[in-house]
Design a protein around this ligand. Sequence first.
Ligand SMILES: [Zn+2]
Length: 233
Amino acid sequence: MTEELFREDSYLKECDALVVSADDAGVILDRTVCYPLGGGQPGDAGTMSWGSSSVAIVDTRYAEDGSIRHVVDNGAALPSVGDTVRIILDWDRRYRHMRMHTAMHLLGSILHYGVTGGNISAEKSRLDFDMEDTVDKEAVTAALEALVAQDHAVSCRWISDEELDAQPELVRTMSVQPPRGKGRIRLLEIENVDLQPCGGTHLRSTAEVGKVRIGKVEKKGKRNRRVNIHLDD
Ligand SMILES: [Zn+2]
């Protein structure tokens, strides 16, 4: 399995790693800073270099066995098993994903409806809500801006199923029911704002979200509102 360095520190921009396997499907390493597609957040891009060679990482995905595959262009030169490679993230893109992802938690804390879907990209993101009400774009943007200005601390922690069972008040404060049965659950907490299970990469504080606004609100069926979020820089 690949050691997931981004889980403990989402601000890591590079690392050295050993090549476990390399073929046309991609390169699997013993550790990585690259986040694999999941939870609505895109897989990371970046570069992989070794010796005098280097190749672009165009995507990052989970392999079927749970290890992490760094996808490279077809026909690109590949490192050999056992080589040490240096991974450097496309940090500008990932940082926008982190700003978007954290902003989506804020949006979910403002609109208290069930979330039926969502997608993050560096350009725009969206959350789908199970709701019939109309969305006041100006009011929601103002509420988002207030949460950003208040600079709430953001943190992650792991908790076991047993610890969760011993603290029923935790489940009551969560907006999403935690996925049990895997032994441990990763919780994302935005102090005084949001607490829920989440495996994505987030900011350290809401101030880093920066300039954010609600874009188009689309009616996708009687009980579904798609709310788009934009970063304005
Ligand atoms: Zn999250």
